[in-house]
Design a protein around this ligand. Sequence first.
Ligand SMILES: [Mn+2]
Length: 338
Amino acid sequence: MQSPLPETLEILHSSHVGAARRAAKALAESIGFDPAACEEIALAMTELATNLIKHAQGGKLTLTPHADGGRVALEIESRDSGPGIADVEQALADRFSTAGTRGTGLGAVNRLMDELDITSEHGRGTRIACRKWVRQHPSSIRPCPLAFGVATRPRQPGADNGDAFVVKQWAEIALVGVIDGLGHGQFAHRAAQAARQYVESHFDLPLDQIFRGVGRACRATRGVVMALARFDWGQGRLAFASVGNIEVRVFPGSELFSFSIRRGVIGLNAPNAMVTEHPWPPGHVLVLHSDGLRTYWNWKDFPGLSEQPAQALAQEFLRLLAKEEDDATVIVVRKVIP
Ligand SMILES: [Mn+2]
């Protein structure tokens, strides 16, 4: 199959936005995106085109299909010679701008696309490049042998929870994560939800790419700490990455699991996450929890561990270990107990 050529559209007037949208959608359909992804690409294109009219007196959008080792992606590049984006972080935070103003739509582009790269020079213009990959998820005919238990609560009943979690399953893979927004209350909640939304909409990217995207999504927030564990249960493998203060334990513990935990706050100052790969024997138990649970605990504190289902264990952890003064979240992953 001959791949379609790049296509460049001049965006000078609001009447060009519709044509840009249709061109992006048509190209996305022709290279194999599913209908939902085609809509997301069309929406990202609309945001970028609208941006060019509103903030740069026009510019160019280029659509480029890519094929990379059997994977297919679509890239949208926006170029203008406008005033530049004074505050990229603020521009990425459009979701949180006050009612009526839409920001520059770049937060939406970050959520809709898989990768985003912004270069902006004051008075000289802006280049924005974003990509989305075609997803291929053959559904599994085997039932998932892992069970996931989650327990969470805000520091006070009814308060905003500054923690968040993710549990996603597809094909023969499961992704779980614990996110803790800095501090607590409304702003911690916003940061944690910005991170959660990014992970939920990009769950199937490689872990390091998810961390980078969450970094962008959280730049205008207080920031978060986060740990992600990706189980490829078909292969009996675990990939793990963590930045900041999320506790991770494996039972029975062994040298199979030397996780690499980076210090810092995602969205503020964190280096990118270091992903490590491990075998995952079926009898093992993984616990992830935020610092709203006491970290000085021992597996012996949980009698009958080997018989308890994941959800019962998560609730037990929360009940016994949660601190009064912080949001608290725990995830337990283990094999299904029949
Ligand atoms: Mn906390």
